[in-house]
Ligand binder design. Structure first.
Ligand SMILES: O=P(O)(O)OC[C@H]1O[C@H](OP(=O)(O)OP(=O)(O)O)[C@H](O)[C@@H]1O
Ligand SMILES: Nc1ncnc2[nH]cnc12
Length: 172
């Protein structure tokens, strides 16, 4: 199946100049959703993943079903102030200003094998911050998998020390 045909492109959302990749059209299509989950799960076969981590919020939509499929646990990484128990936080720089992500301190045990799943790789900042949180807790990031890669933003360069795979890549 060509998953790129299931992803809607919305021009100038959320601001002018952005060509937004809308995955709701893929998720609402039962065959495409199942195909995407199976494909992402296949890429994690044989890696003995203990935990799938998904960053808020679209990472939940992709990560949780893949975790279920491969028999792993699921851990959310959230925007600040959303997780109720003790958290570890990581602040990272955006083009203007900074952003923060948090994880529960007891979500990952030292030595656990972790895969990060998200819908889309743009600059790579979100997933790099996610990887840093996992590593700070002693987890090993063995794979980072996305549905979509915006290759022209070169997020892969930021993630060059990790094993990164994507299903659909856009060159512009
Ligand atoms: O590679 P990056 O430049 O970090 O960008 C990619 C991230 O941006 C989007 O999430 P967003 O922060 O828009 O949140 P959402 O999933 O709640 O819409 C997307 O789901 C990725 O997580
Ligand atoms: N072009 C884009 N489409 C959807 N989500 C995004 N997150 C960052 N850039 C995006």
């Amino acid at each position: 199946m060509d998953l790129s045909k299931k992803i809607r492109e919305v021009q100038d959302f959320p601001k002018e100049g952005i060509n937004f990749k809308d995955i709701t059209t893929l998720l609402q299509d039962k065959d495409a959703f199942q195909y995407m989950v199976n494909k992402l799960a296949q890429e994690l076969e044989d890696l003995e993943i203990d935990i799938v981590v998904g960053p808020e919020s679209r990472g939940f939509l992709v990560g949780a079903p893949v975790a279920y499929k491969i028999g792993a646990g699921f851990v959310p990484v959230r925007k600040p102030g959303k997780l109720p128990h003790e958290t570890m936080r990581y602040e990272y720089q955006l083009e203007y200003g900074s952003d923060v992500l948090e994880i529960h301190k007891d979500a990952i045990q030292p030595g656990q094998k972790v895969a990060i799943l998200d819908d889309l790789l743009a600059t790579g900042g979100t997933v790099l911050a996610t990887a840093k949180l996992i590593e700070a807790l002693g987890g090993e990031v063995v794979s980072i998998n996305f549905l979509i890669e915006l290759a022209f933003l070169k997020g892969r360069d930021v993630l060059k020390s990790y094993h990164v795979k994507t299903l659909v890549s856009y060159d512009a």
